[in-house]
Design a protein around this ligand. Sequence first.
Ligand code: NAP
Length: 162
Amino acid sequence: MEIAIVVAADQNNGIGNENQLLCHLPNDLKYFKRVTSGHAILMGRKTYDSIGKPLPNRSNLVLSQNIKFIEGCEVFTEIKLALSYAEEKGFTHLFIIGGDSIYKQALPLCNTVYLTRIHHSFKADAFFVELPEKDWKLDASEYFEQDEKNAHSHTFEVWHRR
Ligand SMILES: NC(=O)c1ccc[n+]([C@@H]2O[C@H](COP(=O)([O-])OP(=O)(O)OC[C@H]3O[C@@H](n4cnc5c(N)ncnc54)[C@H](OP(=O)(O)O)[C@@H]3O)[C@@H](O)[C@H]2O)c1
């Protein structure tokens, strides 16, 4: 099973503020949907709270040490239990979709990072890590200008572990 991170970060690696995303970028939401649909997604309980419902056409796995049951989701107390579940269910891909704490714990398990770089600086209290050049290689990059629907220019980057 391929384990990959999907994250949108600003130019300071900010990813969220007060448990909300930094901005609304419809082009990135479409990309996120395209990448993750049909697969398993794993998120922390706070990210689940900020989304507020299971995402359709995906198996929603949530990590929590306190909450035991969330309608439409599978809840796990440890990352490795979530990974075993996704393996057993036959998923070919598991996408780690945040937040801050889950990205940090899961990065060592990932070989691919889908990073949307938002070319702007926001006020943030949650951050993604810098991918060190010696360990990670940028394999694809697609730039989008800001437009009437997307307030900030952004780049879809795909990084692979060297
Ligand atoms: N830009 C992006 O792409 C993106 C994507 C997702 C999220 N975000 C942002 O990230 C921020 C949230 O990040 P966060 O770090 O505060 O919260 P989080 O990672 O979403 O959730 C943290 C919670 O997950 C549970 N948890 C964490 N590690 C665990 C483990 N090993 N085993 C079991 N449960 C575990 C705990 O839940 P319990 O307290 O219930 O035990 C913990 O309080 C928000 O601002 C959000 O908007 C940004």
